[in-house]
Design a protein around this ligand. Sequence first.
Ligand SMILES: [Zn+2]
Length: 396
Amino acid sequence: MSTDALRPVRLVRDIRPWGGERTDLLIGTDGRIERIGAVDPTELDPAQVVDGRGLLALPGLVNAHAHVDKSWWGQSYGGEGGTEGRIRHERARRDELGIPGVRPTAAVLAEMVAHGTTAIRSHVDVDLGVGLRGLEAVREAAAAYDGALDVQIVAFPQDGVLRRPGVLDLLRDAARAGAEHIGGLDPAGIDRDPVGQIDAILGLAAEEGVGVDIHLHDPAELGAFQVELIVERTADLGLGGRVTIAHGFAIAQLPEGPRRELLARMGEAGVSMTTVAPLRLPQLPLGELDAAGVPVGFGTDGIRDLWSPYGTGDTMGIGWQFARASSLARDEDLTRVVRGLTSAGAWAVGRTEAEHDLVVGGRADLVLLDAENPMDALVRAPAREVVIGAGRVLVG
Ligand SMILES: [Zn+2]
C-alpha cells in the first residue's frame, strides 16, 4: 500500500447511500461525515474529491471475527478434523514453521480492505509457544494504515487456558499491552472445567477493564450450560455490553423453547454473538436474536491457515453464505444481513450503529459498489470499487 492510497477525501460525489437517491457526502477534516446533500466541488481541492459515478454506497464492512495472525497464504493447509485435532496439528506445524509474522498478516489485512472492510476484530493467538509475538505482528501490520483501518485485538488462548498453566498470566499481559479483549475457548470441551475457565477469564477482564470474546464450539446442552454460566458471570461482574460468544453453535441446536429463554437472558445481560456462517451446521436464528436484543456480528474466521485452506477475506461473502444457508429471501431480511455486516455489526469494534453509518456525524468509512441496492450487493457480491476509511482512500 502506498501512502498515496491513504490520501484524505473531503467530498464523495454522486453516490446512492443504501441505494437511495443520488447525493454527495462531505467529510470533515476529523474523518467524520459533515454533510449529506449537494455540494459544490469547485470550492474543494480536486485531489480530495472522489467521483462516485452513481454507485451504491454502504458503510465499511466490519469483520467481527477474524484470525489475521495465522494465515500462511497457501503455503500450508489444515490437515486434521475436529477442534482438538486441529489444535494439535497447528501446534506441531507451527513449531516447525514459527508464526507467520508481519508480512502474511499485512497481506490478509490488504485482502480484507480490498473487499471493503474498514474495521476488524481479530483474535490473535496468545499461548506458551508464541507469547505476545503474534499480537505485536498484528499491531505492526495494522499500523501501516495509520488508523484508517481499525483493527481491534482479542488475545486468544487457542490451546486452552486452565490446562496450560501460565496462559492466564499471558492474557493479563496482553490486556496490559493493549488488547481490547481477552478470549476463551470451549471451557468444557477443551479445559474440561467450564466454571473454572469462565470465572477466570471474565474475572480477569473485569479486573483489567477489557472485554471478553469466547469461542464456544461445544454443542447443544453442553454449550447451552456454558452460555448460562457466561450470562450469570457477565451480570455478576457488571460486564454487560462487553462479552461476546463466538460461534455458539449450541444456540442453533437447542429446541425453540429453551433457546428463546436463553436468548432472552443473553439480551438482558448484554451478551453479543458472532457467526462465521458455518457450513453443515444450523445457522443462528437472526430474527430471534434481534427479538431478544442480542447484537450479532459476522466474520470470516481464519483464512488459508493451519486450520483450513478456505476463505477469501470477504465479509460480504460470509453474509451471502449466512443468508443462503438460512433461506432468507425477503428484502428486509437481506437488508438486515447487510446492516449486520456494516453498521449493526460495528458494536464489535466499540461503535454504536450511528457512529458507523452513512449519517452526519458517522465515521467516514464507506464502500462503493456497482449494485442496485443492498440486497443486490449481498446476493452478487460485486467488486468493491472504492473503499474509504476515516475519510482516507484505502482502495480506488
Ligand atoms: Zn475463530
